[in-house]
Design a protein around this ligand. Structure first.
Ligand SMILES: [Zn+2]
Length: 191
């Protein structure tokens, strides 16, 4: 981890891990990819290593991120998908040349067309977003129950009743808030 930058929140789903690089959208927002280098770091952690990233490419990445966020949110609450978001997602998906590679160990790896092709990496993320928004994968889009977060996440739990985008952050915070509220109630009733 690089000092001075907020940590990444890593989930199992590429597209929603990516939208999670901006968190607390309805509170005090935390930008987790504030510089091109931090996007390089994030991509490396997610199996999409690139050598470098320009400010313009970071701009494309953030535009894609907010488009996925908007489309996934609409899908989660069963509203019409915003046309502009769909447009950006499709553009990014179409403009990358990443190839899925099967390793001898039977794992999938992404091969980008060149070492600094952020566009290729973004196309993989866009395609991942399309697969979850289009309902191609086993799971359900939902919104985080934390009022300051409300992030769209992909619920793959068996009961499809997950409430928070992330148990370690939003889930814990909610549990703590409830605990303190109960304590206040208990003190009051003891008085
Ligand atoms: Zn959340």
């Amino acid at each position: 981890m690089r000092a001075g930058f907020p940590d990444f929140r890593l989930g199992n789903v590429l597209a929603t891990s990516f939208t999670g690089t901006l968190s607390e959208r309805h509170g005090t927002a935390v930008e987790r990819i504030p510089t091109p280098q931090r996007l390089v770091d994030w991509l490396a952690v997610n199996g999409l290593a690139v050598d470098s990233c320009t400010t313009a490419q970071l701009g494309l990445a953030r535009e894609l991120r907010e488009s996925i966020h908007a489309a996934a949110t609409a899908a989660a609450i069963q509203e019409a998908l915003p046309a502009s978001a769909v447009h950006v997602i499709n553009d990014r998906s179409a403009q990358g040349r990443a190839a899925a590679i099967l390793t001898p160990e039977g794992k999938r790896r992404w091969r980008l067309s060149s070492a600094s092709c952020v566009e290729d990496a973004l196309s993989v993320i866009a395609a991942d977003a399309i697969s979850i928004i289009a309902g191609e994968r086993d799971g359900k889009l939902a919104l985080c129950a934390s009022p300051t977060c409300q992030a769209a996440f992909f619920d793959t739990s068996q009961s499809r009743t997950r409430k928070w985008c992330d148990m370690n952050t939003c889930g814990n915070r909610q549990k703590k808030a409830r605990f303190h509220a109960n304590q206040r109630k208990n003190t009051r009733s003891a008085e």
